[in-house]
Design a protein around this ligand. Structure first.
Ligand SMILES: Nc1ncnc2c1ncn2[C@@H]1O[C@H](COP(=O)(O)OP(=O)(O)O)[C@@H](O)[C@H]1O
Ligand SMILES: [Mg+2]
Length: 312
C-alpha cells in the first residue's frame, strides 16, 4: 500500500489525491483545474495592472489575443477570481472590480447591454426592454459595483457586424470608458485587433498582449512540468526532455487544449495499465491524439504583414 511518503514527486495538495482509487483519480484528471504556468502568470500580471490603475481621463486598455484553445477564457476567469466580488461593510454595498462578459454575436447596443446585465446576474432582457433603458440600468449597476475593468470575451464577434454597427459599437465603448472611468480587456483571436482599427482614438488606448502558440522552450517546459505535477500518478514521470517538448508542440499545433488533452489521456492510461507514470513512449499511442488537430489543419493563417517575406 502506497503512503504519502512515496509521493515526493508531487506537490503536497496532490499527494492525498494520488492515494485514492483509480476511478476517483481519473475523475480528478478530467475535472477542470487552473495551472499557473509562467506565460499565464506573466499575462495575469499585466491584466492586474489594468485593474489596479487609478481612475483617470485616459484609461489604459488591454487586448488579450490568442488562437482558439490557447487558454484565454481560463486566464480571464482566473483574473476574475483573483479580484473576487466582496461586500464593502463601510459603504454597505457589493463591490465587483472585474466583470467578465461575453460579446454577443451581433454587436448592437441592446444585445451588448443585455450581456452586461447577464454578466452581473442582474434581472435582464424583457424587463428593461428598450435600448436607452438598458444602457442606463447597466451603467448604473456597473457604477454601484465599483467595476474597474470590463472584460469582453470573444470581442472578435464585433467583426460580424456591418461597418456601421462596428463604428457605433466602438463609440459605445468610448462613451462607457469616459462615463464610468473603467478599463476594458478585450479578448479574442488575433484578428480581433482589426475590430478596433476603425476608431483611431480607441485603438491607441489598447495595448496588445498575447498567448502565442507553444514552441519548444522554457515557457513550454514550465507548463508541462506544472501540468504533470497536477496529475495524481504514483511514480515520477520523466517528461523533462527537449525532444518530448518539441514533439508535443508540433503534434498539437502549439495549442494548449491539445497538449492538455494528450497529457491527460496519457495519465489516465498510465493509471489503467498500472504503469503510474507518463514517458515519451506514452505519446506513441494514436488514441492519445484522437481529435487533436494535426499541424497545418485547424490552424488559421496569420494576418498578412506578420508572415515572413518571400525570398525574391
Ligand atoms: N492555465 C491553464 N490551466 C489548465 N488548463 C488550461 C489552461 N489554459 C488552457 N487550458 C486548457 O485549454 C482549454 C481551452 O482553454 P480556453 O480558456 O477555453 O481557451 P480559449 O478561450 O483561448 O479558446 C481548457 O479547457 C483547458 O483544458
Ligand atoms: Mg474562449
Amino acid at each position: 500500500m502506497a503512503g504519502e511518503g512515496d509521493l515526493a514527486h508531487l506537490p503536497a495538495d496532490v499527494r492525498p489525491v494520488a492515494l485514492l482509487e483509480a476511478e476517483a483519480r481519473i475523475t480528478h484528471i478530467r475535472a477542470e483545474r487552473w495551472i499557473q504556468h509562467a506565460a499565464a502568470k506573466r499575462l495575469l500580471g499585466y491584466l492586474q495592472e489594468a485593474v489596479d490603475q487609478p481612475a483617470r481621463e485616459r484609461m489604459e486598455n488591454v487586448l488579450l489575443l490568442g488562437e482558439s484553445g490557447m487558454g484565454k477564457t481560463m486566464l480571464i476567469r482566473k483574473l476574475e477570481r483573483q479580484n473576487a466580488a466582496c461586500f464593502d461593510d463601510t459603504a454597505g454595498v457589493q463591490r465587483r472590480p472585474v466583470v467578465v462578459m461575453l460579446m454577443p454575436p451581433q454587436p448592437t447596443e441592446s444585445e451588448f447591454f443585455n450581456r452586461v446585465l447577464e454578466a452581473i446576474e442582474a434581472p435582464s432582457a424583457g424587463f428593461w426592454s428598450h435600448g436607452g433603458q438598458l444602457r442606463a440600468s447597466a451603467t448604473r449597476l456597473l457604477r454601484e459595483l465599483g467595476t474597474r475593468v470590463l472584460v469582453i470575451d470573444e470581442i472578435n464577434s464585433v467583426l460580424a457586424g456591418t461597418p456601421r454597427q462596428q463604428r457605433l459599437f466602438l463609440q459605445l465603448l468610448r462613451f462607457l470608458s469616459n462615463d464610468l472611468r473603467l478599463a476594458f480587456v478585450g479578448v479574442g483571436v488575433p484578428e480581433a485587433r482589426h475590430a478596433l482599427l476603425s476608431d483611431a482614438q480607441l485603438h491607441s488606448r489598447f495595448s496588445d498582449i498575447e498567448l502565442p502558440p507553444w514552441a519548444p522552450g522554457e515557457d513550454l517546459r514550465d507548463f508541462i512540468t506544472r501540468l504533470v505535477w497536477s496529475l495524481p500518478l504514483r511514480r515520477p514521470s520523466p517528461v523533462d526532455s527537449a525532444k518530448l517538448r518539441a514533439r508535443l508542440a508540433e503534434r498539437s499545433g502549439g495549442v494548449t487544449l491539445g497538449i492538455c488533452k494528450a497529457v491527460e489521456r496519457a495519465a489516465i492510461l498510465a493509471i489503467r495499465t498500472g504503469q503510474e507514470r507518463i514517458e515519451a513512449a506514452s505519446f506513441d499511442d494514436p488514441e492519445i491524439w484522437r481529435g487533436v488537430a494535426a499541424p497545418g489543419r485547424g490552424a488559421r493563417p496569420r494576418p498578412r504583414g506578420l508572415t515572413q517575406a518571400q525570398p525574391a
